[in-house]
Design a protein around this ligand. Structure first.
Ligand code: PLP
Length: 297
């Protein structure tokens, strides 16, 4: 049984504003968020090949992990419902009562929610912890936190073929935000397989605090998938605004200002930090005139 979820081709939309006109940088936005109402953003690409594999044994539930605001559990719950497969979400810490919108949606889709203490959650990859879950739920398909594994990288490779450029002579830059780095590793691997004269540079904006952490994570993921000749890529560690899920006055005022000239929906955890970083790097001249950016939303 193949994955049977209908996904639309994400459009690429130009962004216009005074900063871009003044600096001679162009930004086009790849709207992955428009590809499906519930599997939006990178979620479809991360889940696609995992779902195909799980559908070989459709009677087993899919179990995965996330925090109380996990976009991943939200998307997995929706995919399970669409495919008629059971899903189990192991939630870090307490489940809020009443449920927040993410968990309320997941429950509505039929996901069974299991809260575990933060201590237990840290043991989520340990065999004894997984054995306990199997005693409780029976056998299941295991999907890591964030859906990040080699099949997710394979799915994210497909994002490379969605990139389109206006000007073949421009300095081409693809920019995206990174949590686990899986989407970026897939994109880099996908670009390395495209046969064309020039490949764009890839810039990942880390939403986490930790100097060099994502750079080495992504390097490890590229090695694991045998990507030996990647396109030029780097991670910016300086726009996390305090760390994962944290914000600061600079990010807040950027988001307010951005909402004044664009109706592109940004949220403060991922995409807000991507555009905050890009605008800062453009303003400072780190990204220079003549650069054409495709930002993955
Ligand atoms: C909108 C958005 N962009 C980027 C990411 C980060 O992706 P990754 O964990 O593959 O780095 C996420 C989280 O999954 C996300 O929700």
């Amino acid at each position: 049984m193949p994955v049977d979820i209908s996904i639309s081709k994400p459009p690429i939309e130009p962004l216009h504003c005074e900063l871009l006109r003044r600096t001679g940088v162009s930004v086009n936005v790849l709207r992955l968020d428009k590809c499906h109402p519930q599997l939006a953003g990178n979620k479809w690409y991360k889940l696609k090949y995992n779902l195909l594999e799980f559908q070989q044994q459709p009677d087993l539930p899919i179990l995965s992990f996330g925090g109380a605001y996990s976009n991943h559990l939200h998307a997995l719950a929706a995919a399970g419902k669409l495919l008629g497969m059971r899903t189990i979400g192991v939630v870090r810490g307490e489940i809020p009562e009443p449920l927040n919108p993410v968990l309320a949606f997941a429950k509505e889709q039929g996901m069974s929610l299991l809260p575990v203490s933060r201590g237990d959650y840290r043991r989520k990859q340990h065999a004894d912890f997984l054995d306990d879950l199997r005693i409780r739920f029976g056998d299941f398909h295991l999907l890591p936190e964030g859906g990040s594994n080699s099949l997710a990288i394979k799915g994210c490779e497909e994002i490379a073929s969605l990139l389109k450029w206006q000007n073949a002579d421009s300095k081409q830059l693809v920019a995206l935000c990174c949590g686990t780095g899986t989407t970026m590793a897939g994109l880099i691997n996908g670009l390395s397989k495209i046969e064309s004269g020039s490949t764009p540079q890839v810039l990942g904006i880390s939403v986490l605090k930790g100097d060099g952490y994502l750079q080495s994570e992504i390097m490890g993921q590229l090695q694991a998938c045998g990507c030996t000749d990647p396109t030029d890529w780097r991670v910016d560690d300086t726009h996390h605004c305090g760390g994962y899920g944290r914000s600061n006055p600079a990010l807040q005022s950027f988001l307010n200002e951005f909402a004044g000239f664009s109706d592109l929906p940004l949220e403060p955890v991922y995409t807000g930090k991507l555009f905050y970083a890009l605008f800062d790097l453009i303003e400072k001249g780190v990204i220079s005139a003549g650069t054409e950016i495709v930002a993955i939303h």
